[in-house]
Write a protein that binds this ligand. Structure first.
Ligand code: SF4
Length: 891
């Protein structure tokens, strides 16, 4: 490698809110070697499976490389003129609120800042919202109610030095893996540290818990309201802190008066003894950190949940101190940066308030803004409703895919199909949203972007480019600035992201004097070199002053009287089950995929862990409904229907199903689960309740199951079920349909797109296997059966990349005896399968560490360690843990 031509570049991971530092080393052959940045304070060199595989996701396949206008390639000038002219005309004819932006936590802070400046200061509307509305708007609202500002008080080191870490609605092990590894390392060093996990499901995170409270969905407010009462009753209040620095305790306590532990336990579906243990552990532990995430935020009472948690920290004065505080962890890489620039429709830049005239004046003066928005704009769900009913006539979507990710996704499709003018900036050429775009604009992707992001602990890091911008792609800030300038607005002639950051830093300090939490005035005037060299640092960073790692230990908040507010959060009875749609649908992430898989879906390694959409179903529900392992199930409600694979496991509660949110119409026939989620929102934050839709569940009467590997996409359209995944040298497809084909050979030819297949049909067994070869080179293979196909996916996924796939093995549907099947992949980093781990365990490797020493599994990112531990655990007494058997067939 030529170190001078290809110097290593320190940048930041583009996935979750942990914000890990990454070293990218471009190589002469175009590949990029990825490693963790040992100097970055978020990860100290660690990366999770997604971060480790970043080098596999930067190819230019599927990239949008030129502007497209009305379906035809266009010049940038033509595309930008069209966008500027249409937005200007729409505003002139229908007013500023007839246009909108829907942006993303994937944008860099500089992109976000310019988009907000254009919309809120020059268009004169606050109709700019972000997909972060789906992620942490309830945390923002809860912080602002309690603290008077959207402030995350603590740091990651608080999690490590706490004596009690309470995780609420957070599968930290899979969704914030490096932070989870830091937590586990701290616990290994100080085994007395306790971890409590509050989650309806058993997850990789609950496996590490000293106490798992498998709470009934949506009863967190009751549990924490009860905790407030219990702490007060036990004399755990910090009376001095409460009396000097807070208001509203009496009302908060009145709201929980008479709430007994027995009632709390009954409402939450918990054992009374477990509730008492939790309350006692919190009472007795000064160094308590409560981490919360989407299980708290994505709820119709999300803001109340946040305030119920914060109330307990205010009462005990456990906030802003080393090892103590409430801690919201964000989903997206720059969700925090978006909050800081006012990316939400109800906020102004630099944590200023849109409805505060003084704040508007500060921003107006700084921007020289001709037309400041004076009222909040439409929040995401309302925004798309306004698109649907015609109030919003021109929409620009940046770096997100609302047609897949918004609730009631079918209605979003309708809305996007009928809007007169839709612009989409994206890095990929095809998404559920791009299908509707009149103008498609090619944006810079990770590796090409240049700017900053902020992680969950308020740490600003640089994302630095290490790849040239491909095709005609441009930075988002540059695209927005061009449109603003073409609309006749001054103040958008930025030459670089450094100039934008400088303007932003100066705005944060304008008339601040410590009255606002967000102050990075000390970063103004860095210049291009200083900006380029900027090392990761936490805000605040005021001019002439030192930053500080924590907020609020001094008891000074950002409310008018500088006192924090308790918020009364009364307990309510849990919802009754609707007879026609009796299941609660919980949605979330899997370990190795990100959002709608536009990047992680390109990696064979990441796709090897869970390769298709699935529903976790409790064995009792499955038995009652006649759902067999690995069969296809239909979830339905009035908003739509989804078909996914059944994963039967007692890690799920009865009456609930969990379905991951990653699959969409690009990657599956009908796995887009957000089409089933009701657009019900939290009244304060506007965040949709993405984890508590009601659905019915039923077996899908499949007469055909199949699995195919192919160098090209197979002709799966028209089949009731298909899902595709990237494998080495091609794609893998799971398929299912109502009837087994009368002529399996013809069916296989049609799907694979090849003739003259070699194959075998076993009519008695109801199965068939075919393969297409070009000489000795395998082009594709398909395995069909009337039941879920019992073919090792790990073996079959390797066939296309094998030097010479053996016909006899393919026709037998299994590897030869000389090539043992590794089983379903558990460790994505080292591609270690369940069978390998079980064999090593039988051979004496009885611990996770011993498995690591023998097979390397679990020794890189560590994300699979809890799954390895479960494989090593003695079999459950009731035969309940079916999932690994099941994954041998499908998942
Ligand atoms: Fe990226 Fe993983 Fe770190 Fe999150 S934990 S920032 S996904 S490497």
């Amino acid at each position: 490698m030529d170190a001078e031509r290809f110097p290593p570049v320190a940048t930041t991971c583009p996935y979750c809110g942990v914000g890990c530092g990454v070293i990218a080393r471009p190589e002469a052959d175009g590949a990029v070697a990825i490693s963790g940045d040992a100097n970055h304070p978020a990860n100290f060199g660690r990366l999770c499976s997604k971060g480790s595989a970043l080098g596999e996701t930067i190819g230019l396949e599927d990239r949008l490389l030129t502007p497209i206008v009305d379906g035809a390639r266009a010049s940038w000038d033509a595309a930008l003129d069209r966008v500027a002219a249409t937005f200007a005309r729409t505003i002139a004819e229908h007013g500023p609120d007839s246009v909108a932006l829907y942006v993303s936590g994937q944008l860099l802070t500089e992109d976000y800042y310019v988009a907000n400046k254009w919309m809120k200061g020059f268009v004169g509307s606050a109709n700019i919202d972000t997909n972060s509305r789906l992620c942490m708007a309830s945390s923002v609202a809860g912080h602002r109610r309690a603290f008077g500002a959207d402030t995350v008080p603590g740091t990651y080191t608080d999690i490590e030095c706490a004596d009690l870490v309470v995780l609420v609605g957070s599968n930290l092990a899979w969704c914030h893996p490096v932070l989870f590894q830091r937590l586990l390392a701290a616990k290994a060093e100080r085994p007395a540290m306790r971890i409590v996990v509050i989650d309806p499901r058993q997850t990789a995170t609950t496996a590490a818990a000293d106490l798992h409270l498998a709470i009934r969905a949506e009863t967190d407010v009751t549990l924490f309201a009860g905790l407030l009462g219990a702490l007060a009753e036990a004399g755990a209040a910090d009376a001095q802190y409460v009396s000097r620095h807070t208001r509203g305790l009496d009302d908060a306590l009145a709201a929980v008066a008479g709430l007994s532990v027995a009632t709390i336990a009954a409402r939450c579906g918990l054992a009374e003894a477990d509730v008492r243990t939790f309350y006692e552990w919190v009472r007795a532990t000064e160094r308590t950190v409560t981490i919360y995430s989407q299980g708290v935020n994505q709820s119709a009472r999300g803001t109340d949940k946040v305030n119920a948690i914060i109330n307990t920290h205010l009462l005990t004065g456990r906030i802003g101190k080393e090892g103590a505080g409430p801690f919201s962890v964000t989903g997206q890489p720059n969700a925090m940066g978006g909050r800081e620039v006012g990316g939400l429709a109800n906020m102004l830049a630099c944590h200023m308030d849109l409805e505060n005239a003084g704040h508007r004046d500060i921003v107006r003066a700084h921007w020289q803004a001709p037309r400041m928005a004076e009222k909040p704009g439409l929040k995401a769900v309302d925004l798309f409703e306004a698109v649907h009913d015609g109030r919003v006539k021109a929409l620009w979507v940046m770096a997100t895919n609302p047609a897949a990710s918004m609730p009631e996704a079918a209605r979003i499709d309708e809305a996007l199909a009928r809007i007169p003018f839709l612009v989409v900036s994206d890095v990929v050429a095809s998404t559920d949203t791009l299908r509707h775009a009149h103008v498609k604009l090619p944006a810079a992707a990770w590796g090409e972007k240049d700017g900053t992001v902020t992680n969950s602990e308020r740490r600003i890091s640089r994302q630095r480019p290490f790849l040239p911008m491909p095709g005609e792609a441009r930075a988002d800030w540059a695209i927005i600035s061009e449109v603003a300038t073409r609309m006749g607005f001054a103040g958008f002639d930025y030459a670089s992201p450094a100039e934008i950051f400088d303007e932003y830093a100066r705005l944060s300090a304008a008339e601040n004097n410590g009255t606002r939490d967000f102050d990075i005035g000390g970063l103004a005037g860095l210049g291009a070199d200083g900006y380029d060299r900027l090392a990761p640092l936490q805000w605040p960073k005021p001019a002439g002053g030192e930053g500080r790692p924590r907020f609020f230990a001094n008891g000074r908040f950002y409310t008018p009287d500088q006192r924090a507010r308790f918020v009364a959060t009364p307990s309510t009875d849990p919802e009754r089950r609707a007879p026609r749609h009796p299941f609660t649908l919980n949605t979330g992430r899997v370990r190795d995929h990100w959002h709608t898989m536009t990047r992680t879906g390109r990696s064979a390694r990441l796709s090897s862990h869970l390769a298709e959409p699935f529903a976790e179903i409790h064995p009792d529900d499955a038995a009652r409904l006649g759902i067999a392992p690995a069969t296809i199930v239909a979830l339905a409600n009035p908003h739509g229907r989804a078909l996914v694979r059944a994963l039967i496991t007692d890690r799920q509660q009865t009456g609930s199903v969990f379905v991951p949110m990653h699959w969409n119409d690009e990657t599956s026939a009908s796995g887009r689960v957000d089409r089933l989620v009701t657009a019900r929102t939290d009244a304060v934050s506007g965040q949709p309740a993405l984890k508590s839709a009601r659905v019915s569940l039923a077996p899908f009467a499949a007469g055909l199951y199949g699995f195919a590997v192919s160098r090209e996409a197979i002709a799966a359209d028209g089949l009731a079920y298909w899902a595709k995944a990237t494998i080495k040298s091609g794609l893998a497809f799971e398929i299912a349909d109502a009837a087994f084909p009368d002529d399996p050979a013809l069916f296989a030819e049609r799907l694979l797109g090849h003739r003259d297949l070699v194959g075998v049909v076993d009519a008695a067994a109801g199965s068939a296997r075919f393969a297409a070869f070009d000489g000795e080179r395998l082009l594709g293979a398909i395995f069909l059966a009337r039941e879920p196909v019992p073919v090792s996916r790990t073996w079959a996924n390797g066939l296309l990349a094998a030097p010479a796939a053996r016909r006899i093995d393919i026709l037998a549907g299994r590897p030869g005896a000389d090539r043992p099947d590794p089983g379903p992949i558990i460790c994505a980093c080292f591609q270690v399968g369940a069978n390998d781990i079980i064999a090593a365990a039988k051979d004496g490797a009885a611990t996770v560490e011993a498995i690591g020493a023998r097979l390397h599994a679990g020794t890189n990112c560590g994300s699979c360690r809890s799954e390895i531990a479960r494989l090593l655990a003695p079999p459950p007494c009731k035969g309940t843990d079916h999932d690994h058997d099941e994954r041998a067939h499908s998942l």
